[in-house]
Design a protein around this ligand. Structure first.
Ligand code: UDP
Length: 499
């Protein structure tokens, strides 16, 4: 089947995107869908009814714009897998104990997807880009004889470390969770503890799944990473070498949203009146506001949230603070109101309960700093907005992202987190105190030499990020090359890409 560049046989590239149903995985893949479709490829975007409802306004605007993206909501088999009704996204799982059932339900999408592609797809698929959490898509790609690229949702540094840790079982004989262990195959010396290492699809009971996922990862025809070459060059190279795969860096994917209308529709409908939010920001001085958000999955207990609020108050800086619904807002609201917090900060604090239009807020000129949980999307969105960050990692790849932000890129101030907050754990203890928050905000927003240098570095990275996505930039060119490779069917009979 290798028709290398035989234009007589060229058909439009048709990517089938299969994200993991969690905001941090779905949002960048939605951006990827728009990026690929905007550059001439057709896209089928696999989702489920509940997740599709969340992105309905985005789907509508895609339909109106004529972008060739077909949204394919497949029924999610909750009942068959022992999941409560409606548990179609990791952010609504009542407990992390249900992760194994969630992955099982995902794997059951295989036949419905294959059947759609066999019988109902307007055009034959030419490439699958699927999350590493969907190893079952390997079989679908083989059935159709097309390449499969994996997408993990991490940056290159975290992807590289995770790959090395699990492929070479670095922690296998390490008993002490807090013992720093040297991680080989990195461009520089790097140690990490098991306690802060990124997880691998949940805890005990997931061994078989992990094995299958890793095996499929190794069979993949390439890896798509949401990053850009100027940001993580040495890690991208090392990752390509150790995996022996082509690394397609296409990001920052969030920059494919060109105006406020596009950014606010990302992921979910906002729980705040977006124009009110932007007007509020308009009223603040350039670069003066701290934006605080811990993403979509990390759960922060009321005691810890109260320390965040008190620290923000003590910092005397204007702030936008997002408290997600999963953070037991009712209890925090009691504190916000009964103890007069909201009243005291009303002139300089905007509190958003629920989903915020994050990308739109970050790109507003009034925002001068970002307190983040270091999820990779948030990290890269902060980089793309040219902002210095306060790092508050919780779990997963977030400690690695903190290392990248603070030590490699030198655009961050750590709040001082020493241990992982297990996802879904009801850990009521506040590890970070009001004073830690106040100190970190003071340092980040400081107008002295250190703060200025950090801001300059962040601004320069933001400019490089934008250039990467513009014509002639690395991610722009990689996207072009990827579509061209797929379109020209530069694939062998076994589905392997020639590059
Ligand atoms: N996000 C948002 N509004 C919110 C919370 C999150 O738009 O109120 C978006 C954010 O911009 C990012 C994604 O959700 O694109 C979160 O992904 P990330 O990797 O940062 O963290 P996760 O939620 O996966 O921990």
């Amino acid at each position: 089947m290798a028709k290398n560049g035989d234009s007589d046989h060229e058909e439009k590239a048709h990517f089938v995107l299969v994200p993991v149903m969690a905001q941090g995985h779905t949002i960048p893949m939605l951006d990827m869908a728009r990026l690929l479709a905007g550059r001439g490829a057709a896209v089928t975007f696999v989702t489920t009814p509940l997740n599709f409802a969340r992105i309905k306004s985005l789907a509508d605007s895609v339909a109106n714009s004529g972008l060739p993206i077909h949204f394919l909501p497949l029924r999610f088999p909750c009942a068959e897998c022992g999941l409560p009704d409606g548990c179609e996204n990791i952010d609504v799982l009542p407990s992390s104990d249900l992760l194994a059932s969630f992955w099982r339900a995902c794997a059951m999408l295989r036949e419905p997807l294959a059947s759609h592609l066999r019988h109902n797809s307007p055009a034959p698929p030419t490439c699958i880009i699927s999350d590493t959490g969907h190893p079952w898509t390997g079989d679908v790609a083989r059935e159709f004889g097309i390449p499969r690229l994996t997408f993990l949702g991490f940056g290159a540094f975290a992807s590289l470390v995770r790959y090395v840790l699990y492929r070479f079982k670095i922690f296998e004989n390490v008993a002490d969770e807090n013992e720093p262990v040297s991680v080989p195959f990195l461009p520089h010396r790097f140690e990490m503890t098991k306690a802060k290492s990124p997880g691998n699809f949940g805890g005990p009971g997931m061994e078989k799944f992990r094995e299958v996922a890793l095996a499929e990862e190794r069979r993949a025809d390439g890896i798509v990473v949401n990053t850009f070459d100027d940001l993580e060059a040495s890690y991208i190279d090392a990752y390509g070498q150790i995996t022996e795969k082509k690394i397609w860096t296409l990001g920052p994917l969030s920059l494919c949203n060109r105006d406020v209308g596009e950014t606010v529709a990302r992921g979910s409908a906002s729980n705040v009146d977006v124009s009110h939010c932007l007007r509020w920001l308009d009223s603040k001085k350039h670069g003066s506001v701290v934006y605080v958000s811990f993403g979509s999955l990390a759960r922060t207990m009321p005691g810890q949230l109260i320390q965040v609020g008190l620290g923000l108050e003590a910092s005397e800086r204007p702030f936008v603070w997002v408290i997600k619904a999963g953070d037991r807002f009712a209890e925090v609201e009691e504190w916000l109101k009964a103890e007069g917090f909201e009243e005291r900060v009303k002139d300089r604090g905007l509190i958003i309960n629920g989903w915020a239009p994050q990308a739109a807020i970050l790109s507003h000129p009034a925002v001068g700093g970002f307190m983040t949980h270091c999820g990779w999307n948030s990290t890269l969105e902060g980089v793309a907005a040219g902002l210095p960050m306060i790092t508050w990692p919780h779990f997963g790849d977030q400690f690695l992202n903190e290392t990248l932000i603070v030590e490699s890129l030198k655009v961050g101030v750590p709040v001082g987190v020493q241990q992982m907050t297990q996802w879904g754990a009801e850990d009521a203890q506040a590890f970070i105190k009001k004073d830690d928050v106040e100190t970190a905000v003071g340092k980040l927003m400081d107008e002295g030499e250190e703060g200025e240098e950090r801001r300059t570095r962040a601004r320069e990275l933001g400019e490089k990020a934008r250039r990467a996505m513009e014509e002639g930039g690395s991610s722009y060119e990689n996207t072009k090359l990827l579509i061209r490779e797929i379109q020209a069917k530069n694939v062998h009979a076994d589905g392997k890409l020639t590059v």
